[in-house]
Design a protein around this ligand. Sequence first.
Ligand SMILES: [Zn+2]
Length: 404
Amino acid sequence: MRLFDSYTREKKTFHPISTKEVGIYTCGPSVYAYSHIGNFRTYLFEDLLVRYLRYKGYSVRRVMNITDVEDKAIVQARIEGKSLEQGQRDKVRKFFSDFDELEMLRPNIIARASEHIPEMIKLIGKICSRGYCKKEKDGVYFNVKKFKKYGDLAHLKNRKYLGKMIHDDYAREGLWDFRLWKFWSPADGKTNWKSQFGMGRPGWHIECSAMAMKYLGETLDIHCGGSDNVYPHHENEIAQSESATGKKFANFWLHAKHLTIGKKKMSKRTGNVLYVKQLKKAGVPPKCLRFYLTSEKYRNSLDFTIEKFKSKVCNCEQTRKMVTRLKKNGGSGGGKVGERIAKKIIGGFEDAMDDDLNTKLAYRRIFRIMKDVEKLIKEKKLTKKDSLAIISAIEKIDDVLRVF
Ligand SMILES: [Zn+2]
């Protein structure tokens, strides 16, 4: 199986560090707002990765964080007049309700940032003891100049400062060092913890480094996320983790491209967002949405419009219809034709998925074969034995795809 590693920018054959278990860290949701289908496209690609690795016989441990301590969440809770926990409770509940609707396997470990503050403080201490910290009046910063590999993941040109990021971990213009620990300010209200650096709270980036290494060790097999996370979030995760351990943080970095709506990027900031429940009410079943959101290669961007959705999803319905027809098929003897078709279904699927999870090709092959199956059904050339072989092949690959 080959996967495209964003760090080296090439497809590499996947070998896990341990034969026992594959460790995958996937950046989870910020729960200051509800997650939209653009967010879920990334989680769906991660679900396919986990399911396909299991299909291939690997045991997988997937960790996903919930960013429940961060600037936007604190601001939002204040606007709503709620505590941080109250303000996020409903968003977390809805997130997992959509997660289940889209038939995604729950991660083995769901790690809330607020429950891992001691681990973060310890990690910051380690980074500082190795000389990578700078104390300023508003917090403890990571001294980027000291970490020579900074910019390798994002391939920053000449490692030039990219300008102030929107996230306020970059507190001042002209400074690309990012905050590991933020000192308490009145705007934080009750959100603060004691530490050897002073009262305050962790920066966003340190959360993932601390939780990933706690559950998966100092080097992960695979780290996933959306392409928006490459810089600065993942770049900073690498800087923090590798400066603390001196070891490579992740063997593979996988990034999913974003979803657009009418060719415009779907984002909370611009407001052009669609939600799973909203679409369900409008007659888009989550299973069909799952298909649509995985119908393109994860590294390509995908555009969502109702027209495009309808034209694509009919292929999927056609396959489902064929399976129902096959279940009714009788007749004795035969079996050879069915076996041959089943082999083709499985072979085509595995070959496509082994090539960096090429779902687009996998679907195309399945639909083409099912067209032939339809013809054979019409010509009454399939017996019960043939039909059962085809159904069992579809069911096998649907353990991964979950769309039929
Ligand atoms: Zn993260």
